[in-house]
Design a protein around this ligand. Sequence first.
Ligand code: THU
Length: 135
Amino acid sequence: MAPDVQELFEAARAVQERAHAPYSRFRVGAAVRAASGTIYVGCNVENAAYPQGSCAEAGAISAMVAGGERHIVAVLTVTDGTELSTCCGGCRQRIREFAAGDTPVHAAGRDGLWATFTLDELLPSSFGPENLPPR
Ligand code: THU
């Protein structure tokens, strides 16, 4: 694994341990690297009122924006289990808000990297901020 991806993986693995997933028992860790090089992390946070739960990627993106950044250059998620899990559809759109189509989105398991996609591969012909008229 390239050193920059390894760094994302380690950050995502660490925060995955903090996931609050008592209902699905599916823990997710996410790490996004912003334009400055800083890594922001998030984990899924479920809720007894099920629809109020949030995805790991949403937490990482919120941390990035709260940290004063608006541009994602790479994303990595880590999940358990034996199947490759990629970002859900909603999170692909959340990433789209702050990332270009060629941004790498890595999917990892506990033991390391499983696959790398571009955002365009995960969310083709997407809708984004440029589709809205200037305000
Ligand atoms: N989950 C994420 O955190 N990110 C995704 O991209 C897919 C799903 C979480 C939401 C929920 O807490 C659990 O995984 C099972 O869906």
